[in-house]
Design a binder for this molecule. Structure first.
Ligand SMILES: [Zn+2]
Length: 447
């Protein structure tokens, strides 16, 4: 039995049902679970005590959408200013060169960045498997960093010769896709509380696979009891494509395929209309909101205020590093707030609401009722933020400062009660060595 106590926090932000914020609070963790929260936590038989004075303690941040393999293609010149489809066409030839080692290193870099920005649980959407790459490559990277990981087995089956966007060599045959989906669920998915690895099934988008594969994937996911994920309604081109090809809007298309429900979450949803928002609310369908990516690619401003007011589950996603070039979770929360304010006014989203979306909101989107808040019985996924340094200097409200000031790096991060970041340093890997390997891999991809 391992007991760790975080004590004397300036404030513990619980995200419990009452959204309590406990001044001078402590949190006791035992074997990966939170066993006490408050100001009168008895420190008996504790193995380790962490002084959190001058710090705000929050639930770990949850990233609901990423393409970790893209971390090694940041700021690629030909893609810097392109729109979504043009951007993809620039990157496909580079993706074709990637090896299993590239997938592993790229994921390590991306997850290291996420962990240092307070993220304890990340989803990943891998939809290409060139040169023998497997879902296991990124799962191994997550294990090395120590974060909880929801790997999604993506797919593309409509190549250039069939009227699709990607080169034929990057797409897979649909029977092979379904076979590997089944394989990775059986090999990697843990349905239990406290799971460190879960698998979801995730065709890349409705325009990169057939209608048949969308339906069959949904059937397989439900048979196996895993979640479904894809990109939906990202920009105007996306809506036009859906109207032209399927004769309906993306939300209706998703519903017709069985792609709505509380076991489904869609990335972006920038262009959902009123009826689609109601459909998502009614069906319990979740949204991975990716504000930086939406800005970076000029996709638009997602109607997050309207979604939240309607009762849609919303979490945050940094999206692939190539369409964001940054993977900082707390900055993503800040960007979510700023975008809603640009569209709807300064009272459209508070810092606390942005923090809630980044923590509890993400956990709900990923179906993790065991994570997302600091409450007795929940998994011990906790971020400790130093608010006594320059970044928050002069702040009157240290909780709001986490979102309004910044960027912050996390001081300490616990996942399942284990330290993943300690004193600002990753515990699972030597960051310098990871970066050195990444430089070598990028040089090879450039050649
Ligand atoms: Zn994406």
């Amino acid at each position: 039995m391992t007991r760790t106590l975080i004590e004397n926090a300036e404030i513990v932000v619980t995200m419990d049902a009452e959204r309590r914020e406990i001044a001078g609070g402590s949190v006791l963790m035992e074997d990966g679970i939170i066993v006490a929260v408050g100001t009168d936590v008895a420190a008996e038989a504790v193995d380790e005590v962490l002084d959190a004075s001058g710090c705000v303690v929050t639930p770990g941040l949850v990233n609901t959408h990423h393409h970790l393999f893209q971390t090694l293609v940041r700021a690629v010149p030909g893609g810097q200013d392109a729109l979504l489809f043009g951007w993809l066409k620039t990157l496909y030839p580079i993706f074709l060169k990637m090896t299993p080692e590239d997938f592993f290193v790229s994921a390590q870099v991306g997850l290291a960045e996420l962990a240092l920005s307070g993220c304890t649980m990340s989803s990943d959407h891998q939809y290409i498997f060139p040169n023998g790459a497997k879902l296991e490559d990124t799962v191994a990277a997550a294990e090395s960093i120590g974060v909880r990981f929801h790997a999604t087995r993506g797919s593309m089956s409509v190549g250039e010769s069939s009227g699709g966007l990607p080169p034929d060599r990057l797409v897979e045959a649909e029977p092979d896709i379904l076979k590997d989906c089944e394989r990775v669920v059986d090999a990697l998915h843990d349905a239990g509380d406290g799971a460190m690895v879960r698998v979801a099934l995730a065709p890349c988008s409705p325009f990169s696979v057939s209608t048949g594969l969308m339906k069959e994937t949904a059937g397989l996911a439900r048979q196996k009891g895993v979640m479904l994920h894809t990109h939906l309604a990202e920009n105007d081109e996306d809506i036009d494509y859906s109207l032209e090809k399927f004769g309906c809007r993306p939300g209706d298309y998703a519903e017709s395929l069985g792609w709505t429900g509380d076991d489904v979450w869609h990335a972006h949803c920038v262009k959902l209309d009123r009826a689609e928002i109601d459909l998502f609310a009614r069906s319990g369908t979740g949204v991975a909101h990716c504000p930086c990516s939406n800005c970076r690619l000029g996709s638009g401003i997602a109607p997050v205020r309207q979604m939240r007011d309607a009762g849609v589950k919303v979490g945050l996603g940094v999206d692939g590093s190539a369409s964001n070039d940054s993977g900082h979770m707390l900055s993503e929360a800040r960007q979510a707030l700023l975008l809603q304010r640009v569209k709807n006014g300064a009272d459209a989203m508070s810092a606390r609401e942005a923090l809630e979306i980044a923590t509890l909101g993400g956990a709900r989107v990923l179906g993790r009722h065991d994570c997302g808040s600091i409450e007795v019985g929940k998994r011990a996924d906790i971020a400790v933020w130093n608010v006594s340094g320059l970044t928050a200097a002069g702040a009157w409200d240290p909780v709001a400062a986490l979102v309004l000031c910044g960027p912050f790096a996390v001081r300490d991060l616990f996942v399942e009660g284990r330290p993943v970041v300690s004193g600002g340093v990753l515990t699972g890997v030597e960051l310098g060595r990871v970066l050195e390997t990444a430089r070598t891999r990028v040089a090879r991809l450039m050649g």
